[in-house]
Design a protein around this ligand. Structure first.
Ligand SMILES: [Zn+2]
Length: 126
């Protein structure tokens, strides 16, 4: 069921950043998916092969990076090269609300392989 998005996120179709309440969202396979107004009638997006494998054990993690375009790119590349992490999608650079702040925010959705996640969860368990 469609409803206004309570949280900002990248449109599942075009990756444009959708500010809170400016688009719609619906629950797809157990996670909230955001659509911009242009794509609010889009069919649920096909699941990539890796997402099918990871679905139950490793829901996507979202990372917001704020900085210059180059800084955001460096952080994205660092995530992409991290063991067990796959960057699944990247939003368009989103300007800050404060006009004096010339940084941008980029929203990354990443997947963590179940093996790596399980190892870290074991380490976190007292
Ligand atoms: Zn869109």
């Amino acid at each position: 069921m469609m409803q206004p998005n309570r949280y900002g996120g990248a449109c599942a179709v075009c990756s444009t950043y959708v500010a809170p309440q400016q688009g719609v969202c619906r629950s797809e396979r157990g996670q909230w998916t955001v659509y911009c107004t242009a794509h609010k009638t889009a069919e649920p997006q096909p699941v990539s092969a890796s997402a099918v494998v990871d679905e139950d054990e490793a829901p996507r993690v979202e990372v917001r990076v704020t900085g210059s375009l180059a800084q955001c790119q460096v952080v994205k590349e660092a995530l992409q090269t991290a063991a067990g992490v796959t960057v699944a999608s990247t939003s368009a650079p989103h300007p800050r609300r404060d006009e004096d702040d010339d940084r941008v925010s980029v929203y990354l959705r990443a997947e963590i392989t179940p093996a790596v996640l399980a190892q870290v969860e074991r380490e976190l368990t007292p």
